[in-house]
Design a binder for this molecule. Structure first.
Ligand code: SF4
Length: 423
């Protein structure tokens, strides 16, 4: 299919560079979506309104919905205590070892940690042979975001997610957009006390049908995530996880019973890239994707295409073949545009043609839902019915237009479109 997109939309939105939650980088469309979560939650506004929303700058500020970053979060209790006991809870996945050492079993890194030391992620500490998370309820940023920003394209389109993060990460991606919260220890960034019940209530208050665990790496705040998911489910609010997927099998299997959707950032399809650019392992992430699929949790994959590092046709083909054979053709695959960040500022943004080539290769391999991300206005942001090829969900950037689905089926030909379509 020939691809055409409106360059004005690219210019209007590209400054957002996808996922960074900083207010200064927020795009016009995103701000618009934040003005009124209720309105953003609608999937029924007409085409004229849709195009207008996609091309006009924001006219209003979004006080009250950008909840904060690094500043004390006004909606949470002022609790920047010196004493960290309120953020400290025993970790769930570790083994005790002789001489008060412990081995962490949360992620494949399996740090072995002496008393009074921390693991690689910097947010877990051995205290006398017992292992603790230091970031339970310790939120460093909270926003109301369009679910399309995560991105989830087949999960409650047009709704907003109450999005939170703590400090820390278990890898060190050279292209990280949120390095200022992911690559720091909890004491190095301002945080607020946000217990799980409060998170669930705030999600309700802001008309968010889901809580998103995002921005940094939710694996490292696993205990907090699990408690938030439980509290949120009690109030009828879903939970979605945005993760690099570098996690051991046992915690992942348990997580699959607690959350409603998991988006995995598959950073590349080569161990070399994972070793040199991520400081992680591809195999563990691929194994995790298979586990998520087996558990039936809604899953989408994002592949950030970085010029010269993970953009070969062989890699795109290998990835698409693997997704089709191991996960099936219905898992949405987003090829996302890279913008120079963090330790990769020397590289240019991804050419649009490269993204289109990646999509063409994945389409040819038989994947049904292949998207292009961070290119607002590109036709490959829309969802197309794989049977009749008509648009079933219309998008421009983070704005959703008309949804042509009835009970999860294409309204034109009745083809079932996989996803979670109703709140
Ligand atoms: S979660 Fe943190 S402490 Fe545990 S193995 Fe991974 S990096 Fe190490």
């Amino acid at each position: 299919m020939a691809m055409k997109y409106d360059l004005r939309l690219v210019e209007a939105q590209v400054g957002a560079s996808g996922a960074r939650p900083g207010a200064a980088r927020r795009s016009a469309l995103e701000r618009r979506a934040l003005v009124s979560p209720g309105e953003a939650g609608s999937v029924a506004f007409n085409r004229r309104a849709f195009l207008k929303a996609a091309s006009l700058p924001c006219l209003a500020a979004c006080a009250g919905t950008v909840i904060g970053r690094h500043d004390a979060l006004p909606v949470f209790a002022a609790s920047l205590a010196e004493d960290d006991s309120q953020f400290t809870k025993e970790a769930r996945f570790y083994e005790k070892q002789p001489y008060r050492k412990i081995k962490c079993k949360l992620c494949p890194r399996e740090c072995v940690i002496d008393d009074r030391e921390r693991g690689y992620c910097g947010v877990r500490e051995n205290r006398g042979g017992t292992y603790y998370t230091l970031v339970h309820s310790r939120v460093v940023t909270a926003h109301v975001d369009p679910i399309e920003k995560k991105p989830f394209f087949h999960f409650l389109p047009g709704t907003v997610a109450f999005s939170i993060a703590t400090a820390g990460c278990n890898v060190n991606c050279k292209m990280c957009q949120n390095w200022d919260i992911s690559q720091v220890r909890p004491e190095q960034v301002r945080s607020s006390y946000a217990p799980p019940q409060k998170v669930a209530e705030l999600a309700q208050q802001y008309n968010c049908p889901s809580v998103a665990y995002t921005y940094s790496e939710p694996v490292i705040f696993y205990e907090y995530l699990a408690d938030c998911a439980e509290a949120s489910h009690r109030l009828g609010v879903k939970s979605v996880v945005v993760t690099g997927g570098y996690i051991q099998q046992e915690p992942l299997q348990k997580l699959c019973h607690q959350v409603d959707a998991i988006k995995v950032d598959l950073k590349a399809y080569s161990e070399k890239f994972y070793k040199e650019v991520v400081n992680g392992e591809l195999k563990a992430v691929l194994d995790g994707l298979v586990t998520i699929r087996k558990h039936g949790v809604w899953n989408e994959i994002v592949y950030l295409v970085i010029p010269t590092l993970n953009d070969s046709e062989a890699e795109f083909k290998g990835l698409a073949k693997w997704v089709k054979s191991e996960l099936g053709p219905d898992v949405p695959l987003h090829f996302s545009r890279f913008h120079p960040e963090y330790l990769l500022k020397n590289l240019p943004p991804t050419p649009i043609e490269t993204l289109e080539r990646a999509k063409a290769i994945a389409d040819a391999e038989g994947l049904h839902y292949v998207y292009i991300g961070n290119v607002p206005g590109h036709p490959a942001e829309n969802s197309y019915c794989p049977n009749c090829h008509k648009i079933v969900v219309e998008r421009a950037g983070y704005t959703v237009g008309t949804v042509h689905l009835r009970n999860g089926k294409c309204q034109y030909c009745q083809q079932a479109i996989p996803g979670v379509w109703r709140a």
